[in-house]
Design a protein around this ligand. Sequence first.
Ligand code: UDP
Length: 279
Amino acid sequence: MKKKVDIAGINFSPVRYDDVLTAVEVFVRQEKTQHTIFTPNPEMLVNANKNPDFQKTLNSASLLIPDGIGILWAAHYLSLPKAGNRVLEWFRLWGSLFKVVIRSKKIYEILPERVTGTDTLFKIVDKSQEKKWRIYLLGAAPGVANEAINQLLKKYPKATFAGGFAGDPSEALEGEIVDRINRATPDILFVAYGSPAQEEWITRNLKKMQTVKVALGVGGAIDFAAGRIKRSPTLMRKLGLEWLWRLFRQPKRIKRIWTATVVFVRLIASLKGSEVSDE
Ligand code: UDP
């Protein structure tokens, strides 16, 4: 696998969807090892920057995939040489953000593709039809995981679901959830408890579920798969405006979106700007 890309202390793998599927195939085949795949987005990077334990949890993953165009932008911007003074650096920053708007190829030079948790789930379920992987969906509101399984089976009729359960990420319920999953013997486990709960849950419990070869933290993916939340139109997704769509659909996310845009850009700018001299 290619060299990892460090963004604000988080080690991303420069992967496309195909690479993730290949990695999953290798991971499932390895009998004695278990693997995690996390999907950090800009909001998670901001949070990890304030929380060293969460940063450590993320970096313990076998694969960290860039879930958000903002991550690709950050990789590009941080790779640019320093401008030398604040004014030029400011232009460089805005220029790089403009490249995101016009979808310049430059944005994809360091991290080649935006790889979302939701599309990764769909693609793994699709591939599982041929590979006979057993899949478990954990998280989201009660009933939603099973609704997602029904929807997914319509699209991927040969997929095998070992089970689906909402549960919750509290430590009190862990034992029961682990027992359920062990009875279901899945190869691949998707956990949708939001961040950092899902990554922490996986890190605490993976070893207790020996049939699970790959565990993924996937945020709202089970809601999307169930059709509970409509995804943005393809064009908006292509333009990297999925966050704007989510703002309209779920206005209470405004604080989270602020973190994922303004606070994130400031964080990345400060990482570079901190080394910019005033001369
Ligand atoms: N969730 C849950 N239990 C909790 C907290 C969250 O099942 O105690 C689920 C919630 O229902 C949703 C997912 O975790 O399905 C988090 O989705 P969110 O939209 O926050 O994730 P994103 O895609 O933004 O990372």
